[in-house]
Design a protein around this ligand. Structure first.
Ligand code: ZN
Length: 429
């Protein structure tokens, strides 16, 4: 597997897309934020949202303009952030001008002969030594940004604190927009067909004990042994490492782009993915990987029929539901004892039920379900349930593909699992 290197190409059309996206995106998001900020401005959240939105717009520009030069893309990304943040402050300045003009007219009434903006500039000159937009910015810094809870007067950062705060906001936004553009330009691209590769799709996964070995086999181009470590029936389930492929939709000759992501669950139960490896395989190398994957399946079917069956098998293992039929796990007493021993480390687990879901496709590859009942305290944290399931999913070592579920609030499922012979593998003493 050799690393993918973007071709560094960029066309005049690409430059046009980048320029238009940074200006339109920056001005639109900056103006919109100004109007929302008249009502409320939340620190951290607002700069983050501006960075995400600006990044999305410039990444779209990179995509539409077919920009494969990450450095130039990154430069326009930073420019997007700069335009966005400047627009926000310029819009604030206009608002300040209008309010100040109203104030001046109210104060001086008909006696006022000089235009209000001249009076305003004179005031800013006196306060800050500058006029216009820069006078306003200096003046705002002197007034200081206040932060605090909604509805309270808050804590004023002071002049120096305000400059630092603005610099941090500016830096954070530009980093986010720059990175979004940079990484968008690093996506795989077919130079022959002049188009981006199709979207990623998972082709299988590797159980954690074998994952490091899998990566080193890939990097040494030992593709058949690498494929043998993959389970094509499991696509996306922590803590398995998922293998995804991307290729050109048009030509059959392009290299295949492979990414290997480590999947984990955070304490809220959200899926977290981290890229562990990526690279290109030639058509024949990818064929070798496929051969390795299929070596675990004794089958006489042709490739097309096998691929169809594989897709159906992936589907029936992706979900469990009320129509599923569960059978005894058929594990050896030693395997059961090992799993039960591991469960003793998790004090809140009350009992655990292990069954095998009856599958139509490749039944020789078992798919286990581990249902968990846990002790819930009176003052239970809201995320206690997802946290426990995440922990068990991450930490237990299973004899095969196993999905851990909480059956705590599901009486129907509890009863279903309890009725399967030998399902109760653990009960807290
Ligand atoms: Zn192509």
């Amino acid at each position: 597997m050799k690393p993918y290197q973007p071709s560094q190409k960029i066309t005049p059309a690409g430059i046009t897309w980048l320029t238009a996206s940074s200006i339109v995106g920056g001005v639109a998001i900056g103006t919109l934020t100004h109007f929302i900020a008249l009502l409320v401005y939340l620190i951290i959240l607002f700069p983050f949202a501006m960075g995400v939105a600006g990044g999305a717009v410039i990444a779209l520009g990179v995509h539409k303009g077919k920009v494969r030069n990450p450095a130039i893309a990154g430069f326009f990304g930073i420019l997007t952030g700069a335009i966005l943040y400047s627009t926000l402050h310029i819009a604030d300045y206009w608002h300040f001008q209008r309010t100040a003009a109203e104030e001046i007219n109210k104060e001086l009434g008909q006696a006022n002969s000089a235009p209000t903006d001249q009076l305003l500039d004179a005031y800013l000159q006196e306060q800050t030594g500058s006029t216009g937009f820069f006078g306003y910015i200096k003046y705002s810094a002197q007034q200081g940004v206040s932060i605090g809870r909604l509805g309270s007067r808050g804590f004023n950062l002071g002049e120096t604190g305000t400059w630092i705060y603005w610099a941090l906001e500016f830096g954070a936004i530009c980093t986010m927009t720059g990175a979004a553009a940079y990484f968008a330009a690093r996506n795989p691209f077919c130079e022959t067909c002049d188009q981006w590769y199709a979207d990623k799709h998972a082709i299988g996964s590797v159980p954690p004990p074998a994952s490091e070995q899998f990566l080193s086999l890939l990097n040494r181009d030992e593709l058949i042994p690498a494929g043998k470590l993959m389970n094509p029936l499991i696509l996306s389930q922590p803590p398995y490492w998922t293998v995804q492929q991307q290729s050109c939709n048009t030509c059959a000759t392009s290299d295949t782009y492979l990414t290997v992501d480590r999947l984990s669950l955070d304490h809220k139960g959200n899926l977290d993915r981290r890229e562990m490896g990526q690279g290109l395989l030639t058509a024949s190398e990818y064929q070798q990987l496929q051969t390795g994957i299929m070596a675990n399946f004794a089958t006489t079917q042709d490739d097309v029929a096998l691929a169809t069956q594989m897709a159906l098998a992936q589907q029936e293992r992706a979900v469990i539901g009320p129509t599923d039929i569960f059978a005894p796990h058929e594990l050896s007493p030693n395997q059961v004892a090992d799993l039960a021993q591991q469960l003793t480390n998790h004090a809140s687990v009350k009992s655990a039920y292990l069954v095998r879901k009856q599958v139509e496709h490749f039944p020789e590859q078992p798919f286990y379900i581990l249902g968990i009942l846990y002790k819930s305290g009176l003052l239970e944290a809201k995320d206690a349930e997802t946290k426990l399931i995440s922990q068990l999913t991450e930490q237990l070592v299973f004899p095969g593909h196993t999905l851990v579920i909480s059956i705590h609030k599901d009486k129907g499922m509890t009863k279903t699992l309890q009725q399967v012979a030998g399902s109760e593998i653990y009960t807290k003493a």
